[in-house]
Design a protein around this ligand. Structure first.
Ligand code: PXG
Length: 459
């Protein structure tokens, strides 16, 4: 662990944090043993600085979200201007604000043609919670009240609230809070490296998709509302499905009359080299939750897009949809998001990922394959993964899972790189502005971290 003891003010902050701050996804006992959190104080472009002035290359764009990089004055100015003009007003009861209307149009214009109606929320979790209610409401309206069960995948991440964690397939999360809620079931993930066995990736893609169809047949299609999937699973370890997977899912959903929800919270807004992961992977989505890259994390905002078919039913037959949060369509968050999307367009960040940095990043990661610990590297757009394994030849993982990944994450912080560990899969999701030179720097730091991890586990 990097030692943060040199700045007395930092030490005070860390002590106060331990005393008063209950942070998310943290082992509190372990945090206390390490003296408190690492305090991050400022950032610019692809770099972060901690309270002691140490610089880190942010290989995770915050939490997969700061697509345009840090330090964008235009976004701060857009938010400031909006705060002076109208810091808050809601979208309830037949009102709206200019930024929320403008952002709805902008997002609809970016999405495929049949997705034109946008409902705003504050986060990806809220987006998925909203979808659970909206879809069940929809099926009641069209006279199919039995069609209520959601199918998702093991090791999926769709958020932390009761419904979104139920959509998710994280066993550790289900164990806390008695989840999943009734009506949420899970099937195989399309994770060839970890679960494909002797099948080719193509064969395994079909097999994983078939597990959705098997579940539909088991439950009865008249009981199944929707299938939800991240185009590429992010928090599950950047699981890039085989090419055969999504076309088969499209077919299955269509054939059995099941709605398809493509969770674009990570994959949206340029991450995969198109505006949306569904475009990169050819997914025919009916409903699309979004967040993160929508505002590059500058302010909290999420959204749900629904197809014209669904929105027509909701509007024509639905009466009042009794759902919404105080901050749904918050004008300042929407103004920041609009400016963020302007930057992505102005700087052609989507094209830059697609035509240049995606391939460069892929090759740079592949250069790590000579390391004995590296079983596989994979990437799509600027989403990357490095599998740390016990035995490359047999794709055998370490036991217990997560220990080696945890060491590697700490070593990468020590080296000056933020890289996340999903179990023993090291994942990367840098800002879309990252340059080739910075990708070279990133991969050198990854090599250093993996090297040091190897030496520590050998010792
Ligand atoms: N869907 C997906 C695909 C996500 O990745 C959410 C929904 C929920 O979004 P909110 O805004 O409610 O967090 C996410 C969030 C991690 C990590 O460590 C990943 C997420 C959030 C926090 C941590 O990988 N993804």
């Amino acid at each position: 662990m990097t030692n943060l003891t040199s700045n007395p003010n930092t030490e005070e902050l860390r002590a106060i944090a331990l005393k008063h701050h209950l942070p998310p996804f943290t082992d509190h006992k372990q945090l206390a043993a390490e003296g408190g959190p690492r305090i991050i104080t400022n950032a610019d472009g692809c770099y972060l600085w901690d309270a002691n002035g140490r610089r880190y290359l942010d290989g995770m764009a915050g939490l997969w979200c700061v697509n345009v990089g840090y330090g964008r004055k235009e976004i701060a100015e857009a938010a400031y201007k909006q705060m002076l003009e109208l810091p808050y007003y809601n979208s309830f009861f037949k009102t709206a604000t200019p930024p929320s209307v403008d952002l709805a149009k902008k997002v609809a214009d970016l999405l495929p043609g049949h997705l034109n109606q946008i409902h705003f929320v504050g986060s990806g979790s809220e987006a998925n919670d909203t979808i659970a209610r909206l879809v069940r409401h929809y099926y009641n309206l069209i006279g199919k009240p039995q069609k209520k069960t959601f199918i998702s995948r093991h090791n999926a991440y769709h958020g932390s609230t009761m419904a979104s964690a139920s959509f998710g397939g994280m066993a550790g999360m289900h164990a806390q809070g008695d989840l999943p809620l009734p009506g949420f079931v899970h099937v195989a993930q399309p994770y060839w490296y970890g679960e494909g066995g002797d099948l080719s990736p193509e064969e395994f893609g079909i097999k994983a998709a078939k597990s959705v169809e098997d579940k539909i047949l088991e439950l009865g299609a008249d009981k199944v509302a929707a299938f939800i999937g991240e185009p590429v699973q992010g928090a599950g370890g950047v699981i890039i499905p085989p090419d055969t997977y999504w076309p088969e899912i499209n077919r299955i959903c269509k054939e059995h009359d099941i709605l398809l929800i493509a969770d674009e919270v990570i994959c949206g807004f340029g991450r995969t080299g198109e505006w949306f992961g569904q475009q990169t992977l050819g997914i025919n989505a009916d409903i699309v939750p979004m967040a993160k890259g929508l505002s590059s994390g500058y302010l909290p905002v999420g959204a749900v897009a629904v197809s014209d078919d669904i929105s027509k039913t909701l509007k024509d037959e639905g009466g009042e949809f009794a759902h919404g949060m105080t901050y749904s369509g918050h004008p300042v968050a929407c103004a920041a998001a609009l400016e963020n999307l302007n930057i992505i367009e102005r700087e052609n960040l989507v094209g830059r990922v697609r035509d240049d940095t995606a391939a460069y990043f892929n090759q740079a990661l592949a250069s790590l394959n000579d390391l004995p610990l590296v079983g596989e590297t994979r990437s799509l757009g600027l989403l990357g993964a490095i599998e740390l394994v016990k035995d490359k030849a047999t794709r055998t993982k370490f036991d217990p899972v997560g220990k080696v990944g945890g060491i590697c994450r700490d070593k990468s912080f020590d080296a000056g790189l933020v890289m996340r560990a999903c179990g023993d899969i090291m994942v990367l999701s840098p800002p879309l502005i990252i340059t080739r030179e910075q990708i070279d720097e990133l991969v050198l730091l990854v090599r250093e971290a993996v090297d040091k991890t190897m030496r520590e586990i050998a010792a």
